[in-house]
Write a protein that binds this ligand. Sequence first.
Ligand code: ATP
Ligand code: MN
Length: 451
Amino acid sequence: MTTQRIIDILEQGQVGQRITAKGWVKSRRDSKAVTFLVLGDGSSVKTLQVVVDEAVREAAQLQLVGTGASVAVEGELVASPGKGQTVELKADKVSIYGLADQETYPLQKKGHSMEFLRSIAHLRSRSNVFGAVFRIRSTLAQATHRFLSGQGFNYVHTPIITASDCEGAGAMFEVKANTKDHFFGRPAMLTVSGQLNAEALAYGLGRVYTFGPTFRAENSNTNRHLAEFWMIEPEAAFFDIHDDMDLAEAYLKALIEAVFAERRDDLELLNSFVDKDLIKTLETTKNATFVRLTYTEAVDILLAAQKGGRAFEFPVAWGSDLQSEHERYLTEEHFKLPVILTAYPKEIKSFYMFQNDDDKTVAAMDVLVPRIGEIIGGSQREHRLDRLEKRIVELGMKLEDYTWYLDLNRFGAVPHAGFGLGFERAVMFCTGMVNIRDVVPFPRAVGQAAF
Ligand code: ATP
Ligand code: MN
């Protein structure tokens, strides 16, 4: 007899069918004549109710089995008289794989805090909320590959160890061998972004994307920054900033559609227990036309709000980087929609961004969504070699450090653009989780590398 996953049993199981179900006991309830086991196997947040009568109960030593124990149950599917399920399993045999001590199993009780669950990260995926979060994380990863390959993007792998502080995107971790100084013949770091390598590949393959780990020594304890996080970086030749924004908007919508199509149960659970507005926010985003405006227009809105009495911790001024509170004001309070900001002052953005004619701004774009703020950062890249070189020199950087990168645009330069989506920020957005440490199974952040 083949084992069926609980989601299949609940969706396809017929009354009268013989089934073997394997899983973990979520709860056990005894009455005089029967015991009810609620069984989950991780395939879904849904559970299978198992009814065990007295004779089977005694044969199986079921008195030992409690929340967290693992079992295999054989029996017949019967119509369920109870609410909340259409079939249940009438067991004629229960075998125990492993018991879980009821005194010490930490997930016995419900209603643990997120902080506590973080301290048992090796066990928390067994809880309903974390099961839902990590299933959605998987769906988002698969949907990323489907969407981008559907748009003709090739999945490429860029190095994790790098010798160039490519974009000054953040403080870096140094990589050292314990056998040899300068193993690579020069100082080496963990990458902060695969972008410059992706640009090289885009000039060969037209459209590429990376999906890999990136590392930033963010020495700040925010709930939106990890030291190790995953980033998706599409890069396309013959793309301008508008194509880039269109791709970013379509990609976010495709992610939401995949979660609605594949993980409706998990969304509903999270909507009940984590964020009451989750489904509404995702619906709104999926159906919205993202608001597009320039950084300068955004600053005007923020200045007007400030004048009208809206207090910000950091004052707003043209030329300084927007803080999370400013981004969230725009998307959550002012527009109540996702927002794409463009044309940022060149001083606060990276050297490689396409220089606008005003000589003050560059063709950058950040996508801001409610509850998160910046979820995507991207730009059209400067492909005009003379301008690129001039900017590198202006910023006091050395041209010789960028020889290979400059070569790209020395031969066959074309307009091109791309962006980086912080994968964990996307998972936060699609699950309602408020702390980025709770959307990656084993978080690495300042002061935190357990498990
Ligand atoms: P922020 O201003 O939020 O710190 P950033 O502008 O430094 O982000 P980018 O260099 O634009 O980030 O990186 C692209 C995307 O990667 C960001 O839009 C964000 O979604 C994500 N990201 C950046 N830093 C982190 C981090 N430390 N942890 C998790 N995700 C991050
Ligand atoms: Mn950014």
